[in-house]
Design a protein around this ligand. Structure first.
Ligand code: PEP
Ligand code: MN
Length: 347
């Protein structure tokens, strides 16, 4: 990883650096952080001669060679100073709340508009709404592209940035063209490397945020962080990790709640962590407790399924959506836990 002395390389300097690494069969990938741009050397960067030649260039501060399976996402990476801001919240500085329906019902878009207004009123910063749904049963509702219009209309009414799950490259294109602000990678696609690459490429030149869920199986930390590295290696460092419970389910919960994974992730990566308590526990009555535990464990934010009338929702909403009133209460309590955590010096 190349750290220039200035905030970024000039085009001439970039061309010179590129010429050097190309001789060694590597290429340069700029990663544009909020403050400075760093330049990843993609390829086998261990050649001492290449490193020496780069270090000899007068505008290079140093070459960082951290040994890590995820050199960009590693907490020792120079990207660690990068901050992601969405919905007016800079992650790490304030608690981010993403809320909204699991699934937008294209036959009843009115519910989504009511939910959107209500979650905004309750204090959410980002509106979520499922357009395309990964369903276990192939005969159940699979989502509807028409719901993307409903989602974007709700964005225009509320001013909230919107989060939508994308399951394939076609969805990525549609969501970005529509103006979605957060692309969600669901648990079922968490290790779909061709999708991760396609997203990385598609958002490389944008400020889109990617909410990357943890895979369904109880995968190791490195696997989760490496999945984020796939996206970031194309140039956009705005990736948020989202634990959402793993399989096998804990008897009584939809999944095995994994909100306690956060401090372990933070030992390894600088990436912000936004926990999804809804899929973790799968029952609305347990969602607030899981949300508070997640914040106590160090989460930077929460992603909570919320519906004005859960019983009339579709997808996961009848089982696990909380109401906007419960959301408001949960946010207030989560803020108290956040304050206690910071008071105790645990960031
Ligand atoms: C969802 O957010 O509605 C969803 C399907 O989540 P997950 O991918 O975590 O199951
Ligand atoms: Mn859901």
């Amino acid at each position: 990883m190349i750290l220039p002395k200035a905030n970024r390389l000039t085009p001439e300097q970039l061309a010179e650096v590129t010429r050097v690494v190309t001789e060694f069969d590597c290429r340069i990938q700029p990663i544009i952080g909020a403050v400075r741009t760093i330049y990843a050397i993609v390829g086998d960067e261990r050649d001492e001669l290449m490193i020496n030649r780069l270090e000899g260039l007068p505008y290079i501060e140093r070459i960082d060679r951290i040994q890590s399976p995820f050199k960009l996402m590693d907490r020792r990476s120079d990207l660690a100073s990068h901050r992601i801001t969405i919905g007016g919240v800079t992650l790490g500085e304030d608690l981010l709340v993403i809320a909204g329906q699991c699934t937008i019902d294209p036959k009843n878009p009115g519910f989504f508009h009511e939910t959107a207004e209500a979650v905004k009123e309750a204090g959410a910063h980002v509106l979520r709404g499922g357009v395309w749904k990964p369903r276990t049963n192939p005969y159940t509702f699979q989502g509807d592209t028409k719901s993307l219009d409903v989602l974007m209309e709700a964005h225009r009414h509320t001013g909230l940035p919107v989060d939508v799950e994308v399951m394939d490259e076609h969805h990525v294109g549609l969501a970005l063209d529509a103006g979605a602000h957060v692309l969600q990678v669901g648990a079922r696609n968490a290790l779909n490397y061709s999708l991760l690459r396609a997203i990385g490429r598609a958002v490389a030149e944008r400020d889109t945020v990617v909410l990357l869920k943890r895979g369904l199986h109880m995968g190791p930390l490195n696997e989760f962080i490496s999945a984020a590295e796939y996206i970031v290696s194309f140039g956009n460092p705005n990736v948020i990790l989202c634990p959402r419970g793993t399989a096998p389910a804990l008897d009584g919960y939809r999944n095995h709640p994994d909100e306690s994974i956060t401090p372990l992730l933070k030992e390894k990566t600088w990436a912000p962590v936004v926990v999804d308590p809804s899929h973790s526990v799968g029952r609305s009555v347990f969602v607030p407790a899981c949300a508070l535990a997640a914040v106590a464990y160090g989460a930077d934010g929460l992603c909570i399924e919320t519906h004005v009338e859960p019983a009339k929702g579709i997808g996961d909403d009848p089982k696990q959506a909380i109401t906007p009133a419960v959301l408001a209460e949960t946010i207030a309590q989560a803020r108290q836990v956040w304050a206690l955590r910071h008071h105790a010096g645990v960031s």
